[in-house]
Ligand binder design. Sequence first.
Ligand SMILES: [Zn+2]
Length: 546
Amino acid sequence: MRLYKFLILPLIGLILSVLAFVPLLSQEGAFYGYQSPLKIADYAPEFGDQTSKVLLIIVDGLRADTADSTSTWKEFGWAIGTLRTRPPSWSNPCFANIITGTWQEFHSVTSNEFEEQIPIEHIFSFTSTSFVTAFSGDEGSRALIGQSATYIFSTPSPESPEEEDQLILEKAKEFLKFSPSFLLVHFNQVDHYSHYAGTLSSRTAQALKDVDNLIMELIQNVDLSQYTVIITSDHGHLDRGGHGGGEEVVLNTPLLMFGANVKKGVEVSGSQIDIIPTVCALTGAPVPRYSLGMPLWDALNVPIEFKAKFSLRILMQRGRFADAYSRMLGTNYSPIDLASMEQTTDPEKLFSSAENAREALDGQIQEWRSQKILEERTSRLWAPILASALILMLIIFAFKGRWAFTLLNAIVALIVFLLIFTQILGLSFSFSYLYAGSFLEFFLIFGVPLLISEILLSLLLPLQLKKAKGQELVKFQQQFLFLASLLLLLLFSFVYYSNGLSSPWHLPDFTLGFMGLALLLMIIWNGLFLVFLPPAFWGLWRLIKR
Ligand SMILES: [Zn+2]
């Protein structure tokens, strides 16, 4: 009988852990293995007139606020601004945002583990003999574009990030001799040293200075009457180094534009997915099929006739997007009346009506998405309701014993955990704290504060219970840990409510999805503690008694 009492709660706790493990693993799969089902049928690429060629320089991991100090920014700061990206803010997903002009939810590159060609159309994938493109960068980014640029250089195994960037510069200079319509150059060392030494370290400052010099050298080889130069980064960095989550310093990326067709002395703010529409407007390249961005008009010095013409092209592209998207979601889309718009002769009027129509479409796309997600969530509302009811019943029916007191302790334990996690360790529930996505590190990040908080509580329990006997203490600890499991179960029911078991058509809610992953580890830890901690403390207590 005593043994049965001793084991029942730990067993239930472990079963709960295992039960939570299965759906949470599928959550992880829904995130890393996510593949957008949106398919837009092929259509003939629509080329426009070329106004200028574009050199796009991506400085991996360069933060918006540290870019200002570079000589490139000081000397060529014609149009300066910031572009916003979205989480998951790792290099591969953000690089894919840039070259497709659309977000992770549509290009399906959700992590750096994605190492093949992006499954949807991007700026390099419609190469033709008349449209020459070139890429010089690291092998990770090269993998995302496949072999689809006219000229490609990547550095598979460089000796050092400095040497790698040097090689990338040399090749970029060589490619410039072919006068490509679009050249993308990707430098790496700033990101490397931000991870390794922190964003504000002198080592990273040195790396930034080196890259600054490389860029200045590259610009010497560029005819600025022919080329528009755009410099940006894929994502920012935390002060301590790290990105992937949704912090301001991570999501804001720098933007610098100068050269052909660029206004002088303007400030620009936009979105990371606006780069490719800008490139297309200038070079005459077709707008990639899945693009959701718009040209950074504020930075451009182009005639209104040009803007009007391009806005019509982008509106047509967006119409096809909206059509395919509405079909996928099973909603109704009524096509825009392009014919009457095309009859407008006043370019000013044409531009504003095309822009308004595009804005309305973009709004509609967002609305369809939210509507569908809301519908799906409503059908899962039972999960948090059931979990809350279960916990409430347990509290009400077991209120007479020490359960209420134990519950209070479980809540205190959770608060202690959160305090250690956020205040002492300075962490948060963000992917930015997972450097290379190491599972062990992730496990420790959550396990150690949880262990400390539970040990602390276990040590305090004997003080709280005056005439406690050893057996009673063990029972108390088991109740406490069991309740902690229940609290985690409640949180998990909300994760399920938000994302479902797998999100087949949209990326799982990032914050909640991450909380889910974190909870998984906390529940495993909790299950382990349930089994090992109470007997250990019982033994210890008996030893002290003697
Ligand atoms: Zn990085």
